[in-house]
Each structure stands twice: as C-alpha cells, then as structure tokens.
Design a protein around this ligand. Structure first.
Ligand code: 5GP
Length: 191
C-alpha cells in the first residue's frame, strides 16, 4: 500500500535495526482516514472469503480490525490481555510473549464470541516474531472456527513471524513489508 509506505518513511522513526516507532499515525495517535483505508484494503483482499468475524488483540490492532470489519459488514472481537471482573463466562486463552515489552501474558476471548464454524480474518498492526498472531491462530483452532487469513499493517520480514505462520499454512497479506531497516540507512521495503 503506497500511501502507507510513504507515511512510514515520513513519520516513522527507526529506533534500532528491529524496532520501528509509528505512534504518530498508527498505534498511539491514529490517522483515522488512513486506518479506514487500511480496513478497506484488507476487506478488498479477503472480500470473497465469506468472512463472518474479524479478530485482533488489544490495543494496537483494534482500530484496524474495526475498519476492516466495518468494510466487510461483520463484527470484530479483540482478545483481552487482562481478565476483567465482568469476564465471567468461559474463555479461550493462549500465552503470548511480547517482543516490544519483553514479557509473557495470557490473552483471552469469551467463548460465546467465537463460534464453531465461523470464518475468521485476523488483523494486527505488526507482524514481528509472530507470537501474538500465533496465539490468536491457536484460539481460532481451539474454537473450531476456520482461519481465512491474516492481515498485517506492517510486516518486519526480517523477523521470523511470516515463516512461522506460513509453516502453519496461513495466508498472510501485509500492507508494508520491511526487508531491513536501520537508524542510519532508513527503511528498505519489499515491493
Ligand atoms: P509479534 O512479535 O508477536 O509479532 O509482535 C507483537 C506486537 O508487538 C505487535 O502486534 C506490535 O503491537 C508490537 N510490535 C512488534 N514489533 C514492533 C515494532 O517494531 N514497532 C512497534 N511499534 N510495535 C511492534
């Protein structure tokens, strides 16, 4: 997605060879028009797959899942990272190790919001090590729902996430694929 790549070059900050800061427009302050276009792009790519639900993980996937789900005309549900007192129902859970926070946490979704046989598209802001997305894939499998594919806004292709998802036969659509980056030389995209 050309517009996204241009914004990453303009407003992204390469903090190191492996961490890209995009909080000016993607995951802290959010450019709402860009987020909606991202949703439309995912909806266009996966539009013929009869998706019944979009799934993501809080917090940074929510704006893109909302935009995608709205474009597809389906609901979205996000996995929570902390158990709330209102979560009294049965849960699907998975453990995820966070690349950026360097901690392991449990994600959960109430079972009644992910039914057997649903056709699920997973959407998230970054594909890095793949841990978050693999946790969501495990939950889809536990629910006996069908995973249609994964949409990532930014993929750091030099990390292992894509390979791990492909080993599981997951169809991945990333809107900006970064081949390499460094604070000195900037960002190289895969076209
Ligand atoms: P994973 O390693 O599980 O693929 O990435 C998990 C989450 O870490 C992503 O959804 C994203 O929120 C965050 N993350 C991973 N790499 C980066 C990065 O380079 N920059 C930012 N801002 N977040 C990242």
């Amino acid at each position: 997605m050309k517009e996204l790549q241009e914004r990453i070059c303009q407003n992204g900050i390469v903090l190191s060879d492996s961490v890209l800061k995009v909080d000016a427009f993607l995951n802290h302050q959010v450019d709402s028009a860009l987020a909606m276009k991202i949703g439309q792009e995912f909806a266009k790519h996966f539009g013929d797959k009869e998706i019944t639900k979009v799934l993501t993980i809080e917090a940074s996937g929510i704006q893109f899942a909302l935009a995608t789900a709205f474009a597809l005309g389906v609901p979205f549900v996000y996995a929570k990272k902390k158990k709330a007192v209102t979560q009294t129902d049965e849960l699907y859970t998975a453990f995820v190790h966070s690349f950026t926070r360097q901690e392991t946490y449990q994600i959960s979704i109430q079972k009644r919001y992910l039914q057997k046989g649903e056709r699920v598209l997973i959407v998230d802001d970054f594909l890095a090590t793949g841990a978050a997305l693999i946790g969501l894939c495990d939950i889809v499998q536990d629910a006996e729902a069908e995973l249609v594919g994964v949409g990532c806004v930014v993929e750091k292709s030099f990390q292992e996430g894509r390979g791990l998802l492909e080993q599981r036969g997951v169809a991945i659509h990333s809107l900006a694929r970064i081949e390499s980056m460094s604070p000195d030389t900037g960002i190289q995209f895969i076209d």
